[in-house]
Design a protein around this ligand. Sequence first.
Ligand code: HEC
Length: 156
Amino acid sequence: MPSRQRRTGGGLKRLALAGFGLALFGFLAIQTIPVPLENPPVLSEPNWDSPQTRALAERACFDCHSNHTNWPWYARVAPVSWLVAHDVYEARSELNFTEWYEVDDEGRRPGEMAEEIYDGDMPPLRYLLMHPEARLTPEEKQALAEGLNATLAASP
Ligand code: HEC
């Protein structure tokens, strides 16, 4: 009787070990898929209306909407790297503060940036959870939104 119990226990243990081994193998295997986490050269920036606007944008927006991305360590570990890379490349294609005069992006429609900030859509919540330093007070949100409108008016 006790021996049978031991046998069942051993079987479960082996199964758990096999499952863990398989998961570990899968995790290691996906690390070999290359994910380009690049910062292309900075080509141009808008004519910022004030250093304060640029500083706020740098704090809250540049990781995704510029070529100055600070790629965090966990962005180098798949599958998180796939999500982060996708986020940044999509964000840059809609609005890039460091290729300002090269492309006329969707995100540069007048009022669009301010609206995203006031609505709390930008920066995205998933980003703020990992980057508390990017959280803006209501006063900072207003300063950034108005500053971006002024910047866009001067550098359409
Ligand atoms: C975590 C990365 C991230 C950060 C940080 C971030 N954004 Fe975005 N942003 C995105 C992504 C991804 C998109 C494209 C998909 C979407 O609209 O959600 C986007 C789209 C936009 C758009 C275009 C919206 C549209 O619908 O056309 C604007 C404008 C914008 N962001 C402004 C900002 C501003 C201003 C900040 C800083 C206050 C900011 N974003 C911070 C990821 C980010």
